[in-house]
Design a protein around this ligand. Sequence first.
Ligand code: ATP
Length: 579
Amino acid sequence: MSNAGNTDTSKGQVAALARRARGWLAVSVGCGAVSAACLVGQFVALAHIVDDTVFHARTLWAEHTLLMVFLVCLLGYVGTRFASDMAGTEAGLRIVASVRTALLRHIAKAGPVASLRLPAGQILSVLDDGVEALEPFFARYVPSAAMMVVLPLLILAVVCGVDGWSFVILACTGPLVPVCMVFVGYSAQKAMDRQWGHLSTLAGSFLDALRGLKTLRLFGRTAGSLERIGQLADAHRQATLSVMKIAFLTSASLEFFASLSIALVAVVFGSRLLAGTVDFRSAFLVLLLAPEYFAPLRNFSASYHARQNAMAALEQIATVQALPELAVALDARPAEHPTAHIEVEELVCEHLSAAYEANTVVLHDVNSTFARSQLSALSGVSGAGKSTLLSVLLGLLPPMAGRCYARDAKGQPLPRSALNVAYVPQRPQLVYGTIADNLCMGLTDVAFDTLCEAARIADALEFIEALPQGFLTLVGERGCCLSKGQVRRLALARALLRKPDVLVLDEPTADLDPDSARRITAAIRLCVAGRIVIVATHKADVLACADQILDIAHGRVSVRKKPEAKRAPHLNAGEVCPA
Ligand SMILES: Nc1ncnc2c1ncn2[C@@H]1O[C@H](COP(=O)(O)OP(=O)(O)OP(=O)(O)O)[C@@H](O)[C@H]1O
């Protein structure tokens, strides 16, 4: 995308975001404008009081009206500044919260298939630092940009009525600041973009290195990986330093213009004051106002890097927002009302084709039925398309052609949102917490008996009860302290607690020793009663337990029906299927 295109997109994004907190932003800008008027009023009153008491021998009591005006303006200034800052911060925080929620919703709609297109580290840094970068932009930059217009114009108007020379000096030097900002702005934006790029790569590499620490160590590549992360950190440091350099340069040039201008006003006024051609009141007022003329410009400059940072962050946010929403069906499922009462009889694929990219079709014209109380196994070599078919059945990947839908006992199609689907992935994730937390995950008011029953069916109860803390045993993010087979059985119990109509398992016995694999297979077989169970596997013992086997090869799916005599029986936990 061209730079102009980027700028237009960013402007559109900023306008759309500002609308989410326009009330608070309006209060912030409005209070800022009132505070500008109070400040000017306060200085006008002060100049009168000082001039009257020092040069015209008036008492303070005689000046009580002006003193009141001064105090009211002072209090008004403090109050409205405070209100303006608070309203700006509120607007910034609201926008950050709404962007983060919208991004999380979008990632949920994109689903795991689409989310894989971006490195996890990048998504994390966008959700964290990227979204946070918007807060100073709306809390400080937007109000200070409005103040930069209001206060200098107000001061110029007052100075214009007081002294022509000072008006000319301020009017000529003031606009130099925005011009200087525009100049510096272009290079600053590039530096910010570079900094963000380095940060995203660094976050991604760091996460990858943490995840793959075991492999790196075994291959003797730990030092190489550390060196690469060091180089990335160094590149990020240098990019940050160039951003800082530009920020210092901006404020130094601003200070220079501001000091020069104030000095000019002071010299010109001072010489005329000595010559007796101007009065003290005007000189004092203009000298009070001159620094305030540049103050909002200084504040604006200080918050300008917040703008550059936010623009760079908006680009990163747009990258995440550009992920296609593949998992539309998941979002439509009513979480509060699981549809156990709706009898899902079968899941049907009709002329279904699936692809990740339009020109690479993974599955062609699939026509299959997955019936209730049956275990269906998807078989095929690695890369044949088993997980792809599961993704379509789960609603994580929309069919490229054809359709996939559920039917009730009368053959009536059911909406996908009516399906209660549970999934046990190849590598189930456990979160840091107790075993009970991991099993319930998102469910509330789960009775202990229900928990035990799910664990029993998944053949997990025995090992859980053997642990000193039982269901209250703490397990780590990646199932620390548990074997792979135990993690799989926990994941199966977690899925069963959802009372799913459709249970989908991806390679449930991969990497397991024969005994663990047998226990998992038997547990799966126990789950079949009353629900549709679909397993992707190339393990013979799981296939032996299946009622229906679908062979996937070269993108085509064919049904391998087992002879009636060999139909798998219903087993109890721990029992083994006859091969
Ligand atoms: N997220 C993805 N984006 C693009 N292509 C993908 C994606 N996931 C899988 N593929 C491709 O789709 C094809 C089928 O992959 P799939 O994961 O469905 O195979 P599989 O049978 O489950 O393999 P395995 O047994 O190794 O898990 C492969 O050629 C793979 O390269």
